[in-house]
Design a protein around this ligand. Structure first.
Ligand code: ASP
Length: 434
């Protein structure tokens, strides 16, 4: 009997997880979920994170060493960074247009505002503290932070992904510059590691329906009451509509226009990564699956994907930047602060930079939002207003972040003449073989 396609399995796991969570809340069995269900979700995310660093190292070093000459690397690098910037600015602009049109800040009533501020003040303060640490650093700190002092130290934490990328690119450049026969053994080694890691991803993905079930059940059990969500409905709708425009209109049209690939082909290929991004709220945890989907199902050559995707997962966050723009205007509106046109331009700039600086982990976008708020003179304590709905919006924006990376990788591949026919014609066979 044919097994159900993976994206359906994941979707069923997600829906079942939500229903199970609701049922457990009704039965007052939240502790059971925390003790016996949530750990499986945590294990699933750990497995994904576990292979992120070996995957980046192996595929990026191998990918760059294959480029053969440095000029190819710089041409691909420029295209990648340029596209990432353009897509982020498009996202912020869409977010700003929607939020200015709807003006959700004005719809939140005074009592609701007081209540939200009071109940989430403590949580907001923690985020502000983290962000203040970042702000206290000099303007070039981000650049300094990219360069590791010690590769093992860098590889010890998934938060240092940019440092690992830096090392891998540098190492790869070293390999291009030595003689072919000298670099051959290393290339073979990293290629072999890469194959093994990809197989490990296949195996982890077999457990993904259970993983997302556990993650979503635990999330439902932890969520605040529905009343709070309703007060924030218009704000959430603005974010979700903006994100939906990116996923359903901007990316598919860009893929179709530049690569000629059909929209269903794009969605069929990328959907498991999207669903996983939604369930884990982390582009870093999703990266291994994004890479596998893009290479084997969308036909992007490894040479391109292994360079474009790890960088994208760390710096290209279109969903996050869109959300930050909407949230900043919403908080300003709710606190009765008028924003001028130049304030809006500052939002475009700071949200672009803040999204680049956000780590690819759950809730990171909200930490960096503090910087956007600070730049336009809105009190950071306003974060408390949006805290309650941040997790569901984080899930949605992470989906956009991952889809944006996949889109750019397809476009760069097309421009570099590296967009192939996908390896796996029948994409489910792949998992059935695993
Ligand atoms: N969770 C997002 C990501 O990993 C970042 C954020 O917006 O919080 O892509």
């Amino acid at each position: 009997m044919r097994r159900l396609a993976l994206h359906w399995q994941i979707l069923i796991g997600m829906i079942a997880g939500v229903l199970f969570g609701v049922l457990m809340v009704q039965l007052n069995a939240q502790e059971f979920v925390k003790d016996y269900i949530k750990p499986f979700g945590t294990i699933f995310i750990r497995l994904l994170k576990l292979i992120a660093i070996p995957l980046i190292l192996a595929s990026l070093i191998k990918g760059i060493a294959d480029l053969k000459d440095i000029s190819k690397l710089s041409s691909m690098g420029l295209k990648t960074i340029g596209l990432y910037l353009v897509s982020t600015i498009i996202a912020v602009t869409i977010g700003l247009s929607i939020v200015n049109l709807v003006n959700p800040g004005s719809s939140i009533s005074e009592p609701d505002r007081q209540e939200l501020m009071a109940s989430f003040e403590g949580d907001a303060n923690k985020k502000i503290e983290v962000a203040t640490k970042t702000k206290d650093n000099g303007p070039l700190q981000a650049l300094v932070d990219m360069v590791p002092e010690n590769i093992f130290g860098a590889a010890m934490s998934n938060r240092n992904m940019l440092q690992v990328i830096f090392f891998a690119v540098f190492f790869g450049i070293g390999m291009i510059l030595i003689k072919e026969e000298q670099s051959r053994p290393l290339k073979d080694f990293f290629e072999s590691v890469n194959h093994v890691v990809l197989k490990m991803i296949d195996l982890i993905m077999l457990a993904s329906p259970i993983g997302v079930f556990a993650l979503l059940a635990a999330l439902v059990v932890d969520s605040p009451s529905a009343d709070v969500f309703i007060a924030l409905l218009w704000y959430s709708l603005c974010v979700v509509i903006g994100l939906a425009l990116m996923i359903l209109v901007v990316y598919p049209l860009a893929v179709k226009a530049v690569t000629g690939k059909s929209i269903p082909f794009f969605f069929k290929g990328i959907s498991p990564a999207q669903l996983l991004a939604f369930s884990t709220s982390s582009s870093a945890a999703t990266l291994p699956v994004t890479m596998e989907r893009v290479e084997e199902h969308l036909g992007v050559d490894k040479e391109v994907s292994s360079f474009v995707l790890p960088i994208g997962a760390t710096i290209n966050m279109d969903g996050t930047s869109l959300y930050q723009a909407v949230a900043a205007v919403f908080i300003a509106g709710a606190l009765g602060i008028d924003l001028s046109f130049s304030d809006q331009l500052i939002i475009v700039m700071t949200a672009t930079l803040a999204s680049i600086g956000s780590a690819a982990v759950p809730g990171a976008g909200m930490v960096m939002l503090v910087i956007v708020l600070g730049a336009i003179g809105v009190p950071e304590a306003g974060l408390a207003l949006i805290f309650a709905v941040d997790r569901p919006l984080d899930m949605c924006r992470t989906m956009v972040n991952v889809t944006g990376d996949a889109t750019v990788s397809m476009i760069v591949a097309k421009w570099e003449g590296k967009l192939n026919e996908p390896n796996v014609k029948d994409w489910d066979d792949h998992y059935q073989k695993a």
